[in-house]
Design a protein around this ligand. Structure first.
Ligand code: FES
Length: 278
């Protein structure tokens, strides 16, 4: 159980500014449902680029809701230039702190705000996804990891996971994250402990990853040939799916199931995954 401050609890139980601004002047989005956290921020901008109203919609945990709620309170009345200086540290501090494992929720708030400001100014709608993907499980690039390390003085792989989620599942990226920390800080790479290398995956992490791989990779691949797939259930490492469209009754459906679906889930999620069809 996380230790939450009174402020976090207050904003979680009675979040401020929940909802949508229908005629918003700017919308910022970050995250995706398949990754488990998503935040959409709506801004109404008045004269002098002052934020007159801010509302949010989020899919996330208590810390994500509290971070979003406090952020909207913080930025109301600020000019966009002032709001652009709000950092994830400011959000966490305003909440009296966040559990270290939940710092990524404050980062999500900062990124949604940056995205909304870019949106208002007609700049690139989304942060440039430049850089090399370091953590395949959460789609986190070296650029994002470098930024988190620099801005928050991170020194360990665990801290990077707390701020970016990178490294929070299979652990394959831990060595790479340690190298990036060493490069940014100009010191020796932090040691990657055995437990860091292969952190046991929780059920929620497994579910999020399986859903993400099916939605982002397997479904688009099947759809190219008129097929589709629906995720029915995940019980431990057993994944139950139902094939749809042209895959139904296809003589190769068993091969599709084993060679595409199961193989890909074994590669990206966990070797122990098995897939069955209903
Ligand atoms: S690749 Fe980073 S946790 Fe799996």
């Amino acid at each position: 159980m996380w230790e939450y401050t009174e402020k976090v609890t207050e904003h979680f139980l009675n979040p401020k500014n929940v909802g949508k601004i229908e005629d918003a002047d700017a919308v910022g989005e970050v995250g995706s449902l398949s990754c488990g956290d998503a935040l959409r921020l709506f801004l109404k901008i008045g004269e002098g680029e002052r934020i007159e109203d801010a509302k949010f919609q989020t899919f996330g945990c208590a810390s994500a809701i509290a971070s979003s709620s406090v952020l909207t309170e913080m930025i109301k009345g600020m000019t966009l230039d002032e709001a652009a200086k709000v950092t994830n540290k400011d959000i966490a501090e305003k909440l009296g702190g966040l559990p270290k494992e939940k710092m990524h929720c404050s980062v999500m708030g900062q990124e949604a705000l940056e995205d909304a400001i870019r949106n208002y100014r007609g700049e690139e709608a989304a942060p440039a996804p430049e850089g090399e993907i370091v953590c395949k499980c959460f789609g986190v690039t070296d650029v994002l990891i470098r930024r988190a390390v620099e801005e928050n003085n991170l020194t360990t792989v665990e801290e990077v996971t707390n701020y970016t989620k990178a490294g929070g599942a299979c652990g394959d990226c831990h060595e790479k994250i340690a190298q990036i920390i060493a490069e940014v800080r100009g010191c020796a790479a932090p040691e990657v402990s055995k437990s860091d290398e292969k952190a046991p995956m929780t059920n929620i992490q497994r579910m999020q990853l399986v859903t993400k791989i099916i939605d982002n990779e397997i479904r688009p691949a099947l759809k190219k040939d008129g097929g589709d797939i629906e995720l029915i259930d995940i019980n431990g490492t057993e994944v139950t799916v139902s094939l749809r469209g042209a895959c139904v009754g296809c003589p190769s459906s068993h091969i599709t199931l084993k060679n595409l679906v199961e193989r890909r889930l074994k590669e990206t999620v966990e070797e122990a995954i098995t897939v069955k069809e209903v």
